[in-house]
Write a protein that binds this ligand. Sequence first.
Ligand SMILES: [Zn+2]
Length: 127
Amino acid sequence: MTEISPTPLPIARGLRGRCPRCGEGKLFQGFLNLRAKCGHCGLDYNFADAGDGPAVFVILIGGGIVVFAALLTEVVYQPPYWVHAAFWLPLIMIVTLAPLRLIKGLLIALQYHHKAAEGRLEKRGDA
Ligand SMILES: [Zn+2]
């Protein structure tokens, strides 16, 4: 039997930093800390554990963008090293910090939508 999900838009709710169940209550308290529960529907956020997932996506995507741009700039223009430092260090801060909250909210919303949790051992019936 297929169960209809109460969250038709988990991606939009996650990206907006809203409760994955009702889409109204705030998910974050501060930049990356989660609230204890939803202020609108009361969903307990203890299930939410994005772990290192947001950081991994940010490192891989943002790092790839900046390294590719820096290498391309070096090959084409060969600027002095201080230009690299002045340009790429702020850019790496932008491309890593800006999407971190979005991706964390997205992963938590998808975790709720798919009921993802740690694996548990279940007792088997006699086979
Ligand atoms: Zn809620």
